[in-house]
Design a protein around this ligand. Structure first.
Ligand code: BDR
Ligand code: CA
Length: 316
């Protein structure tokens, strides 16, 4: 099985990704890092502990950093609800937090699985950036890094041009991309260009509600309903962009995303564009490509795969 470290800000779509990964037989989740983002770290940690307990994940669940590297934390309770999981009423967690920091967990997991660990970041990059300070060789210890983040040929969803995970901690995203330019395999960046193609509508909400009587099903359905309400209020109609599990599924199966190798950097200084991920397809910077950017997705196939994986995994 592929050892995988998940770093996330759970978060409604993060919860789908976590559940998806727990249902994949070829994946061994070796750690979960709880990152401040959609909601503060304490709430993310709580959500991850509850979900890990319900899904039977034994791996350590760590509390990540409480604030971004430089700027103040912004959170998105309007998008994900006051607890991060929409309308879901959570039971008390049966798991307790690992005493290690998120950065420590990254470093120890990478050292325990040299050349084999898949790193998956579905929230701001804060903990991974801190881990790189502790262990500069981290990029060479991972098999590959996959991140949900950024927007290349697409508007933003936070600032006019910035995507949430990068906008919450632009310095962290910039340092991660810089450090991984020496990695043996380019990181895969799945941004809004592809993840917004994954749009759940009423039939998918119905399908989630019909997944069965596993306790996680009610949580996912109640969370998703809140996500629909937010998207409707935001002008997208009765639907939701379910970003994170697409990037998780590509990390695990190699399917669903097409990528293009490009030089990419993060704008830190722009007064209108701070947090934008900028690509250089014409080579104006004179830099080698450092990222495999997701440029298109097979959203219908992915949605079918996600629902089928949950159907099987939550019954098996
Ligand atoms: C990203 O931002 C978060 O709100 C989602 O969980 C996803 O990781 C999309 O921009
Ligand atoms: Ca997320």
């Amino acid at each position: 099985r592929t050892p995988l470290l998940l770093d996330c800000d759970t978060g409604i779509d993060d919860a789908f990704a976590l559940t998806y990964l727990a249902c994949r037989p070829e994946v061994e989740i070796v750690g979960i890092v709880s990152t401040a983002g959609n909601v503060p770290t304490a709430a993310v940690l709580h959500n991850n502990l509850v979900l890990a307990g319900l899904l039977g994940i034994d791996a350590p669940v760590a509390r990540g950093a409480q604030v971004p590297l430089v700027q103040e934390l912004m959170t998105a309770e309007d998008t994900h609800g006051p607890t991060g999981l929409g309308h879901a009423q959570l039971p008390e967690p049966t798991r307790t937090a690992d005493p290690r920091t998120g950065a420590q967990l990254w470093v120890e997991a990478a050292r325990a699985h040299p050349g084999e660990l898949v790193g998956l970041v579905l929230g701001p990059h804060t903990n991974l950036a801190l881990a790189l300070e502790m262990e500069p060789k981290l990029p060479r210890l991972l098999k590959r890094l996959h991140v949900m983040g950024g927007a290349i040929n697409h508007r933003g969803n936070t600032g006019a041009t910035s995507e949430w995970n990068v906008a919450v901690d632009p310095e962290a995203a910039q340092r991660v991309l810089a450090a991984f330019s020496t990695a043996p395999t380019r990181p895969v960046m799945g941004g809004l260009d592809t993840t917004e193609a994954v749009r759940f509508r009423q039939p998918e909400l119905d399908a989630v509600q019909a997944l069965g009587d596993h306790p996680v099903v009610g949580i996912l359905a109640d969370a998703l309903r809140f996500y629909f309400e937010f998207h409707q209020a935001d002008g997208f109609g009765w639907s939701a962009h379910v970003h994170d599990p697409l990037v998780a599924a590509h990390a695990v199966t190699g399917r669903f995303l097409q990528t293009t190798a490009l030089p990419v950097d993060v704008e830190l200084a722009g007064t209108l564009t701070r947090g934008q991920t900028v690509a250089d397809p014409l080579g104006r910077w004179g830099r080698e490509p450092n990222v495999d950017v997701a440029t298109s997705a097979n959203a219908p196939a992915f949605i079918a795969h996600l629902l089928e994986t949950l159907r099987q995994g939550l019954h098996g």
